[in-house]
Ligand binder design. Structure first.
Ligand code: ADP
Ligand code: MG
Length: 705
């Protein structure tokens, strides 16, 4: 694939921001391959770090390597012959030798290799082989992984006798090609890198200079150097992120005048007095943290985390009542209509009897209804507005919005959140999530927020009994469901999750619904709920289920969050192995909401032992945080957090599961650096400032430029 680009900058002018085609040997066709790997500039190629390394620095003698072990051998050819196997395949049998013995290497269906090795033999050339050695009497056999001849082009030594890098590839771009490019560009481009880390920090923490680190993290001198280089690059990556988050926090919270809410002492106690229950200790602590923020003259930016059923709604309600009491409006934004309605019902039940006005604004209202809701909001007649992103439409105005609550914020984009904030003048901001986020991930995604955690469930909850069952036992599972239905309970059946296509998921749901109604529960009322139904039909299905006009609700993951029907005491999740653990935990949280014992049956035939182990976590744990940690560990941050969800920064080197210690170190260092130099004005921090601007323009620019 030697494509020739017609215009090409002279080699000497290669810069980090040069297009990849400026590199010798990269034309349009190869540039397209690189683009598939996300590489568009020379700098992108430089930071395209290996996925892994293999230590091939030591060369061994055949006789000294234990049977079945891998090593590099330095050998010459003794003989080579072509044969046919019984099944008619070509085998090239190569005999090689070093000072300790001889070994056979077999190649299949590459008969031309014979001539090649004949020439190598004639020149008595020695070369390196990497593979697994097996003892066979006095002889050895090598199962070959790689072989490298010195063909005089100066490219030998890239994969033998050293620590060897392995890069991500794409079809048409081989490992050898990638290594050759890297061998050429790393020494040319690494010297162009500017050191972003202050000298004193590097000295104190023993961090390698950036140019050296980048060189070592492609072509390490040793495994130890490779590790040290990685540590330095991970540190830099996480340090820049933590600085950007801290700067954003400063910009949005500390430097901005906000609302000072007049919340009387004793307010939370009085509010609690109107509830049919007492706050849990965790709820009381978190309410205190939120009200303290609201009383301060700076905008609150706080994340409220709590497992399903931990009682976040009443905490949010307390904050909203406090805002209304102080003369401001509050708004709750939820990602789906079902959730918005759920919040509306919960909040109006709590707040209307004690004199607050609560209203729901959603897309499916008529034009007239919407206009009326908007008027009441604009005049301040409505104190608390609940809605979907219908709330951020231009036509929606508030008289004096003081507190915004965003539920499941990771489902909203930065723009949507900003738009809601823009409806008020520096309103306080409370973010709620029922998806417990492991501490590591929270530091990366929500590092600019203060965090409150409700780590306690209200008393008297009966834990949900969870079982994993193979598909072969479905009949038995549904017989168990029938027994509960006969006792007057209701059931959810969740359909297989199909990541690739919502349409296929809906189809699967419809098929399952028909099967359950016709074959399994012909005498029961079965309903269907999925994301592509018109909003009015979804409402109707939910209402019917809540009012027990439906016994079995077949649903896709639209019921994941918020839905609350106490009489539903069993959930069957089909093909449960297709879900993440945290998602299963979320789904399971839909049952166990009343005083009856509840069940969750995970129907699955996991293909691997790992998959089985994963599901067993669900049987043994009911702690959402522990499950989230396990899920993050098993699936990695990308999968865990979900590709479609916003807010996850892309990290090239760091792995937030393994690099927790560095993450916490960078957070401490970032805070202490900004304490000494809040605006990064010190000339010693100029390069650091430039690096943050480059990487996190949208996050931090407002403060740093
Ligand atoms: P979350 O939104 O965190 O999943 P909810 O706010 O929906 O949880 O609360 C779940 C249920 O627990 C609701 O029915 C609520 O009335 C009830 N609840 C909340 N706090 C308490 C408490 N302190 N004691 C008893 N029940 C509570
Ligand atoms: Mg809730």
């Amino acid at each position: 694939m030697a494509d020739k680009a017609s215009t090409r900058a002279p080699a000497a002018e290669l810069r980090l921001d040069s297009p990849i085609t400026a590199i010798k040997g990269v034309g349009e066709a190869r540039a397209r391959l690189f683009a598939k790997l996300g590489i568009e500039t020379a700098g992108d190629l430089l930071t395209n770090y290996p996925r892994r390394f293999e230590d091939r620095s030591r060369k061994s003698l055949l006789a000294e390597v234990p049977d079945g072990h891998q090593a590099v051998f330095h050998v010459h050819v003794v003989g080579v012959e072509n044969r046919f196997t019984n099944s008619g395949k070509h085998v090239t049998r190569l005999t090689v030798e070093d000072s300790s013995g001889q070994a056979i290497v077999a190649f299949f269906n590459q008969p031309w290799l014979r001539d090649k090795f004949m020439r190598v033999k004639m020149h008595r050339a020695e070369f390196d082989m990497y593979g697994t050695v097996f003892r066979n009497g006095l002889e050895y056999a090598i199962e070959l992984r790689d072989v490298e001849y010195d063909d005089g082009k100066g490219e030998a030594g890239l994969m033998m006798g050293r620590v060897v890098p392995f890069y991500s590839l794409t079809e048409g771009l081989s490992m050898n090609t990638m290594r050759k490019f890297m061998n050429e560009i790393v020494p040319r481009l690494a010297p162009l890198l500017e050191e972003p880390l202050p000298d004193d920090l590097c000295d104190r923490l023993d961090l390698m200079p950036v140019q050296e680190a980048v060189r070592q993290y492609h072509w390490p001198d040793s495994m130890a150097a490779c590790e040290a280089a990685r540590r330095r690059l991970v540190f830099e990556e996480l340090f820049l992120l933590q600085l950007a988050l801290a700067l954003r926090r400063k910009h949005e919270t500390l430097d901005v005048p906000g609302i000072t809410f007049e919340v009387p002492d004793g307010f939370p106690e009085a509010f609690e007095g109107n509830l049919p229950y007492r706050f849990t200790d965790a709820q009381r602590r978190v309410v205190g943290e939120i009200l303290d923020d609201m009383r301060r003259p700076r905008p609150m930016n706080r994340l409220l985390q709590g497992d399903v059923g931990s009682g976040k709604t009443v905490v949010a309600a307390t904050a909203m009542a406090a805002a209304a009491k102080a003369g401001y409006q509050a708004a709750v934004m939820a990602p789906t209509e079902i959730l918005a309605e759920q919040h509306y019902r919960g909040l109006s039940a709590l707040l209307e009897p004690i004199g607050y006005t609560v209203e729901l604004l959603k897309g499916s209202l008529t034009q007239k209804e919407k206009r009326e809701v908007r008027e009441r909001l604009a005049f301040g007649l409505t104190q608390i507005a609940v809605g979907t992103h219908a709330l951020i439409q231009e036509s929606v105005e508030f008289r004096n919005l003081g507190l915004i609550v965003v539920d499941e914020q990771h489902r909203f984009g930065v723009d949507q959140r900003a738009a809601l904030k823009g409806k008020g003048a520096s309103p306080d901001n409370l973010v709620m999530t029922a998806t417990p986020i492991p501490r590591t991930l929270a530091l990366v995604v929500y590092g600019d927020l203060d965090i409150s955690v409700i780590n306690e469930l209200p008393p008297g909850r009966i834990p949900i009994t969870t079982h994993v069952r193979p598909a072969a036992r479905r009949q038995e599972v549904y017989a168990g469901v029938e027994a509960l239905l006969a006792a007057g309970r209701q059931a959810y059946v969740v359909c297989p999750h199909i990541e690739e296509s919502e349409k296929m998921e809906v189809q699967a749901a419809t098929t399952l619904y028909e099967e359950l109604q016709r074959v399994v529960f012909p005498h029961r009322r079965v309903g269907l709920l999925h994301g592509q139904m018109p909003a009015a039909d979804k409402d109707a299905a939910m209402t019917a289920f809540r009012e027990h006009e439906i016994d079995v609700l077949v649903a896709t993951t639209v019921i994941e969050v918020g839905v609350d029907v106490a009489n539903a005491t069993v959930m069957v999740i089909e093909s449960a192995d297709r879900f993440g653990l945290s998602q299963l935990h979320q789904l399971r949280g839909r049952v166990g909401r009343g005083s009856n014992r509840s069940f969750c049956i995970l129907v699955a035939d996991p293909a691997t032992a790992g998959g089985e182990q994963r599901l067993q976590v669900m049987e043994t744990s009911s702690d959402g945080f522990a499950i989230a940690e396990e899920d993050l560990r098993l699936r990695g941050p990308g999968e865990f957090y979900g590709k479609r969800q916003s807010g996850m920064p892309s990290l090239k080197v760091a792995n937030i599961v393994d690099d927790l210690a560095v993450l916490e170190e960078t957070r401490r260092e970032a805070f202490s650096l900004l304490e000494a130099d809040p605006e990064l004005r010190d000339p010693a921090h100029a390069a650091l400032r430039r690096a943050i601007e480059r990487h996190y323009a949208e996050m931090a620019l407002a403060t740093v430029s």
